[in-house]
Write a protein that binds this ligand. Sequence first.
Ligand code: NAI
Length: 479
Amino acid sequence: MSDKYDVIVIGGGPAGYVAAIRCAQLGMKTACIDQWLNKAGKPALGGTCLNVGCIPSKALLEISEQFEAISKHSREHGISVADVQMDTSLMIARKDKIVSDLTAGIAQLFQANNIDWLQGRGTLLANKEVRFEPLSEADSKIYQVENIILATGSSPVELSCAPLTDDRIVDNEGALNWHSVPERLGIIGAGVIGLELGSVWRRLGAEVVILGAMNDFLAAADKQIAKTARRELKKQGLDIRLGSRITHTQINDNELIMEYTGKDGKQQLAVDRIIVAVGRRPNVTGIAVDEAALKLDESGRIDVDDECETNIPGVYAVGDVVRGPMLAHKASEEGIAVAERIAGQKPHIDYNNCPWVIYTQPEIAWVGKTEEQLKEAGVSYRCGSFSFAANGRAKAMNQAAGLVKIIADSVTDRLLGVHIVGPMASELIAQAVIAMENENTSEDLSRMIFAHPSLSETIHEAALAVDKRAIHAVNRRRK
Ligand code: NAI
């Protein structure tokens, strides 16, 4: 361990660990302070994303998707299988192994980059000092440092009317560790986490009811995409009740009662377990002493400028703890940009080209503006869409639900937004990000050669459809 650092990063999630690696690559002596303890009570890097978020949830999504494909859909391919069983304990063990492999991988990267991993709590003091309180019994230490990056992430919002219990009322973390499938599962929150975890447990056999307070389904998504997604999720048996606000939960011996106000007034629902997924709040409590005078913004996140610098020169903040979407990839890009800025470079992030993905089946992904946003801004645009139902590869995969929609400026033809609900949307959306970052037009995409047969052809056809010349669809004029 060193006594002197060029940079100290507080937080080792996708914002902080990535910032630390980039700082080290640029020749700065770097330490990363992190207090995370994993399931086994051991320090682990990777924060929420690797330990209890993106990675473990994707592991469970993948396993449950395979289970459903084998148990429910193999006959459609002519394959007979008998006695398909799900061993949830093995599933959880597999998920844990993926998590421990990846978190250990970050520790190795730290070692290889000569980054000191300080296991414990970091606090910003006044005058660019950082206090480090180790998880071990060792004394705390104060470092004077020129550059500090705050990357303390976010935590699930708690509901006073549905306090968490050991394993019956849980947040996203608890719902990743159930060793048995609940018969009836209630989810509070029809957002990203509610839909993803609801999908996992429904595929494994739970009856799932999702309560969402808002009347709109996936309000941030393009309306047509959200509508298509909702229809598909409903077909799968996800009971999504919008405009339903939870008011009370009661824990009985053999069941949980959820009380909520919905379209038809006060309602009750009996379930066996509940997941609370009503959003996340930034981890700002206690990260800086009052004397440091770190400024927060109106929403309670750390106030930063366009380049992620706080009101204290040389103190930066990145990821969920600052404005913008709480997405791991946005956080990592900010971490990289801040490291490069400290090194004197001029990095740039185009937030408009940040992709969103929801890992339901079909997946939902988009980048850029929705039709609704463009209408509101008075921008004139043209739209082209193409259905997976007319795509050979999607048919072969037995995943032909959904569509790709491309929105282009009606004057310049520049791409303004690409919206997908369909198979592998999380992968397909990268093509749209590259095209938008390169300021491509729909004409550019139309003139590129896409491999046949592939899911990507839907992007080609949607681009052609902007100019009403899709080949494998009837091109109708929109009003
Ligand atoms: P969210 O903000 O996506 O959704 C919260 C939901 O809770 C909304 O539907 C809202 O109407 C509902 N709600 C709030 N109070 C309620 C109440 N009293 N009763 C009923 N419903 C209520 O939050 P979520 O799903 O917890 O996700 C948190 C964050 O994690 C998001 O910002 C998301 O960006 C990030 N995340 C991203 C993932 C991805 O990119 N695939 C995966 C998981 C999380």
